[in-house]
Design a protein around this ligand. Structure first.
Ligand SMILES: *Cc1c(COP(=O)(O)O)cnc(C)c1O
Length: 399
């Protein structure tokens, strides 16, 4: 396309990893335009509606003119208090609502801004690969240098902290970790978290722990908080989200908790960039945290059923090496021999009208995998399995 503005976008934008999904996006648009019946299990966005009592709380609050004005940067005291109470009852960790809690316009925003609050140009952030893309883009925007930590199956998708390049480590100031993990679905044992804290202490790192899926454990699995580890408040900031837990992705509400200095640094960036969360949404957040446990359990039950249908179904089709995820609403699947991540994704789309996400989109070490999001009803998963069976039998070829 001709460039009419007369200059290119900033060099920092040019430093982002290349966008790998153009071809997949194009095919998906084409298929939709042709009216084909697409089963979209690509994006991690809940299909279940936000529970109605949360919507009611928003409706009530939206009628109060006090909520129509600019919100406080640091969030309403009532929201910070509700977060502190929720956190203590869930994790047995006490937080100071004034200094150790910061509401966010979705946790993505806080995660992406964190490097800007910590890094000087040329300083390093340690980032899991595969991983949630904002770790990397936030680092690049801050003029920082991403140092990628491979998450490999042979190490249960935990980074090998002993294997990080010494020169990079000397310049490193922060490490992103995310468990339960997107996209690999791995969960971190406490021993690893303790090791990560010791490592952070030894190397002077801030630990930025993304706990977006902490409330999405199956069969009673309750993921631990990083702040539950003795001494973690000295260097950890933990990111939480209401998005997945309460089917609230579009509402944009999450929060950071932990080390008071890290919270203050991030708060300073934010007070210069945004003006807080719409207060009616904050009130809805208070309601979700105070009264949402039962609904969250119901939502989780739905994902658990879907997970069982998908994984047992794929195993029956001969995909025996698929792990049953203990948390998150994803399944992380090795591609069959002879395919790349991209090739299997395109095959599913072309021959079965099924959208999945190729693993390499989350980083080079995601190659060899694809991710299925459990965000369609059970019957649709069943149908997807039937379509996959047809491809396997070679009966689904389209011209
Ligand atoms: C979905 C997700 C988030 C955050 O979502 P928000 O809607 O911005 O709160 C954060 N981290 C990971 C790994 C996610 O998958």
């Amino acid at each position: 396309m001709p460039n009419t503005i007369g200059f290119e976008m900033s060099e920092r934008l040019g430093k982002l990893p290349p966008y790998l999904f153009a071809e997949i996006d194009r095919l998906k648009r084409e298929a939709v335009a042709k009216g084909r019946d697409i089963i979209d299990m690509g994006v991690g966005d809940p299909d279940t509606p936000t529970p109605s009592f949360i919507i009611e709380a928003l409706n009530r609050a939206s009628r109060d003119a006090q909520n129509h004005r600019y919100a406080l940067d640091a969030g309403m005291p009532q929201l910070r208090k509700a977060i502190a109470e929720w956190y203590e009852s869930r994790y047995e960790v006490r937080l100071d609502p004034e200094r150790e809690i910061l509401p966010l316009i979705g946790s993505k925003e806080g995660i992406a801004h964190m490097p800007l609050a910590i890094l000087n140009p040329g300083e390093v952030a340690l980032i899991p690969d595969p991983g949630y893309p904002p770790y990397r883009s936030g680092t690049v925007f801050a003029g920082g240098v991403p140092c990628l930590m491979p998450l490999l199956a042979e190490n249960h998708f935990l980074p090998d902290l002993g294997d990080i390049d010494e020169t990079q480590l000397k310049r490193a100031k922060m490490m992103f970790l995310n468990y339960p993990n997107n996209p690999t679905t791995a969960c971190a044992p406490l021993e690893f978290m303790e090791e990560a804290l010791r490592f952070g202490k030894k190397n002077g790192l801030a630990i930025c722990y993304d706990a977006a899926y902490a409330e999405m454990g199956f069969e009673g699995y309750e993921a631990p908080s990083f702040l539950g580890i003795e001494g973690a408040k000295e260097r950890c900031i933990e990111f939480h989200s209401l998005s997945k837990t309460f089917s609230m992705t579009g509402w944009r509400i999450g929060f950071a908790v932990g080390n008071a200095d890290l919270i203050r640094f991030l708060g300073k960036i934010k007070s210069n960039v945004d003006s807080g969360i719409f207060q009616a949404v904050q009130w809805a957040g208070v309601t979700a945290l105070r009264e949402g446990a039962e609904e969250a359990r119901k939502i989780l039950k739905i994902y658990e059923e879907r997970r069982n249908v998908l994984v047992t179904g794929l195993r029956k089709l001969g995909w025996e090496n698929i792990e049953m995820p203990a948390a998150t609403f994803y399944v992380w699947i090795p591609v069959p021999p002879g395919y790349t991540s991209q090739e299997i994704t395109l095959k599913f789309l072309r021959e079965a009208d099924i959208v999945v996400t190729p693993g390499n989109g989350f980083g080079a070490n995601g190659e060899g995998y694809f991710r299925i999001a459990l965000t369609v009803p059970k019957q649709r998963i069943q149908e997807a399995l039937e379509r996959i069976a047809k491809i396997k039998a070679g009966k689904a070829k389209r011209p």
